[in-house]
Design a protein around this ligand. Structure first.
Ligand code: BDP
Length: 706
């Protein structure tokens, strides 16, 4: 059990009611390598694994009961008019286990494959009752982004090198790419952007385009389309043009030619993803053009082929003047995009990170979701836990994502949940959906941690249906990944559901963000690094006070970027929820919360609470010994022990830092007072030496051992 098959293990299930299973598989009109063909193969493989029965794939005589899978067209050709046809939307499927046959009808090829995976998921979870239902996607765009570089490294990836690239080109052996497509198809993802948003322009060479072509071929049988991230300055940096100005005719011709070459090799290329004018990347603004001028240039190039341009809203200046208290990185997206609403072509989608800053442990939804009314939008999430423990900490993210997706932004005082905005329903847009930065690597666990895979699974489920329940999704994943044992299900559920609150408690609570090292790896605690630099993830902490004043009245005005009802809620300290207090307000450490605790005492207590919870994960996991195969049991145990230790580092680093700053003692006298704790550097060391920790790390008091 090395994790490679993730939730598609097809582990044997003993249950006598499986006896009534049909005796063959019919894949209608399945040309080799088509998703329907793959569906037939997958059904055969799954049933063999789950029930130990080898069902033949036949054309069907009609005499025996069968599992029939196919597209609506093929189904109607064979069996006549299908009465559920009208209910099927693009990518939607119908599954029926009622009656003699099992029938799976997809609106298109990939939908038929989705239906097959759905059926196998039911079998694998022991869900045997007869059912018949249609399932349609909430939104058309359900993509993943993989920040892979051509040299095989992955930006913010924690599971080894790339499965797509090596030594400047697409790898020869695409087995893992195909296996990844299989996992993604089972959770109904339909697009992969395979290269980093900080894109290498040389990926547009004819050689690399043919590499992209091979990649597209490898994932196509799973109904997944390839997307490419572009470097805005490619005309200059790769094409040899004197400019990359998006309105310059030679630049337009250059991009059109490149696009034509790509589509010649990959006729179903999904589209482009662009990061421009962000964190030092060039963009249209460099040439005094608007962001829309840039986006529309590519939109026109891909339009004849039905392609989409995902243009990122992550536009901000990382050299902000931090001495000016009116400056606010959180204002960037709305400031840059508001006046462009309605100026983007119809095949442009603005891809918006869930919060206004950057994948922090707690953020309000980006106000841009309710600002753009005449523009299609998608939400950007992170499965890779960049700021959230980098897969060394268990953090089940569905509850975080749900808070954002279910948030009602009250545009025009009408129900305006983020999930209904990105689905295109609320503002009646042609496109919409979601993208998640996943960053899988060559490690057999895909993400570097067995338990982190619940996040990838949950992402797919929520992209399809954001109304899904975090616990139900999690438990489906547990059953498929670890089996049905009640204790296993209950324990992993408890650990997972406590994990985000615990991480928030020990890494940065009350909306102060994740207090990691900001200019480096975004991993360990370093609250000192947040302020006094241009990156804009400020806490504005000083001796007496803490928090970003984002009010309209006295602060950066960010609260005013939300529709009036929400703006009012955040403007007013009384109606701002405690968990976002320091996101929107600058207060004294002695400010009393709704719980009547002071801010500083809450900090101290929360850090103890969070770290305490992380200790319990070890015991909980140990209680599963014997119920989980040794390989996965040991690997997870190792991670949990590590997390328990690192949670203490977080606790003490943050608490000590704010104690030093505020000089307000902890009422419970714990902070700075750990008589039971012996620092490694105070011991007599054999085989180890001391070294100074940089950047400064409060928990280690500058010194650690190596
Ligand atoms: C930040 C990451 C950086 C990415 C950037 C982005 O630290 O590596 O390039 O986001 O999303 O969170 O473009």
């Amino acid at each position: 059990e090395d994790g490679l098959n993730a939730w598609l293990r097809y582990a044997p299930v003993q249950n006598s009611s499986y006896r009534s299973l049909p005796s063959s598989i019919i894949a209608l009109n399945a040309t080799k390598t088509s998703p329907v063909y793959v569906a037939g193969q997958e059904l055969q493989k799954g049933i063999k694994g789950i029930l130990g029965k080898q069902l033949p794939i036949t054309n069907g005589t009609g005499r025996d009961s069968s599992i029939i899978v196919g597209t609506l067209d093929a189904y109607e050709k064979r069996f006549g008019e299908f009465d559920k046809a009208e209910d099927l939307e693009e990518d939607g499927f119908w599954l029926s286990t009622e009656g003699r046959d099992v029938r799976i009808v997809g609106q298109n090829e990939r939908a038929a494959l989705y239906g097959a995976f759905e059926y196998l998921s039911r079998l694998g979870q022991g869900k045997l009752s007869a059912v018949s239902y249609v399932s349609n996607p909430h939104a058309p765009i359900r993509w993943v982004n993989e920040w892979n570089n051509p040299d095989g490294s992955i930006e913010r990836g924690y599971a080894g090198p790339s499965i797509f690239f090596k030594n400047g080109a697409v790898v020869d052996d695409l087995t893992r790419a195909t296996e990844y497509a299989r996992l993604l198809a089972s959770i109904r993802i339909n697009g992969i952007v395979v290269n980093n948003v900080n894109a290498d322009p040389h990926l547009l060479s004819p050689y690399n385009i043919s590499g992209f072509g091979r990649l597209a071929d490898a994932i196509r049988p799973y109904g997944i389309q390839l997307g490419i991230a572009l470097n805005f300055a490619a005309p200059e940096r790769y094409g040899g043009l004197p400019t990359s100005d998006p309105l310059n005719p030679s630049v337009i011709t250059w991009w059109t030619n490149v696009t034509n070459q790509i589509y010649k090799r990959i006729p179903d290329m999904a589209g482009y993803l662009i990061k421009a004018n962000s964190e030092g990347q060039p963009g249209p603004l460099t040439y005094n053009r608007t962001l829309a001028d840039g986006a529309n240039l590519w939109a026109k190039a891909v339009k004849p082929y039905g392609g989409t341009v995902m243009f990122r809203a992550f536009v901000y200046d990382n050299h902000l003047d931090y001495t000016n208290w009116k400056n606010d990185r959180a204002n960037g997206a709305v400031d840059y995009f508001k006046h462009l609403d309605g100026k983007f072509d119809d095949n442009v989608v603005i891809q918006i990170k869930y919060g206004p800053i950057d994948f922090q442990v707690r953020e309000p939804p980006s106000p841009l979701f309710s600002t753009l009314r005449k523009t299609s939008t998608a939400i950007e999430l992170q499965v890779t836990q960049e700021y959230l423990g980098q897969q060394d900490h268990l953090v089940y993210l569905a509850p975080l994502w749900k808070e954002i997706l279910e948030f009602d932004l009250r545009a025009d005082d009408r129900p305006s949940k983020v999930k209904d905005i990105i689905s295109s329903q609320r503002f009646n847009r042609p496109l919409g959906g979601s993208a998640a930065v996943v960053n899988v690597g060559t490690n057999t666990t895909w993400l570097g941690s067995h338990l982190a895979m619940s996040n990838l699974y949950a992402y797919g489920r929520l992209a399809w249906d954001p109304s899904g329940d975090s616990v139900e999704i999690l438990q489906d994943w547990i059953r498929l990944t670890f089996g049905f044992d009640r204790k296993v299900i209950d324990t992993i559920t408890e650990m997972s559901m406590k994990s985000w609150p615990a991480y928030e408690n020990y890494s940065g609570n009350l909306g102060i963000q994740t207090l990691t090292d900001i200019t480096g790896n975004h991993y360990g605690p370093n609250p000192a690094s947040q302020d006094n630099n241009g990156w804009g993830q400020w806490t504005r902490a000083d001796k007496k006070t803490i928090g970003m004043d984002r009010t309209v009245k006295n602060g950066t005005g960010n609260a005013g970027q939300y529709p009036p009802a929400i703006a009012q809620r955040f403007e007013n300290i009384e109606t701002t929820p405690d968990n976002l207090l320091l996101w929107f307000h600058h207060v004294n450490y002695t400010h009393r919360l709704k719980s009547n605790k002071t801010v500083i005492q809450h900090f101290y207590d929360a850090h103890y609470e969070g770290a305490e919870t992380a200790q319990t994960f070890v015991k909980m996991w140990e209680s599963l010994k014997g119920k989980i195969d040794t390989e996965r049991y040991n690997r997870v145990l190792f991670k949990q022990i590590y997390q328990a230790g690192h949670a203490l580092v977080w606790r003490d680093a943050i608490n000590q830092f704010y104690y030093n700053l505020s000089e307000i003692p902890d009422e419970a006298k714990r902070v700075g007072n750990h008589p039971y704790r012996v620092e490694a550097e105070s011991m007599t060391l054999t085989g180890y030496k001391k070294y100074l920790v940089t950047p400064f790390h409060a928990a280690s008091k500058y010194t650690a051992i190596i």
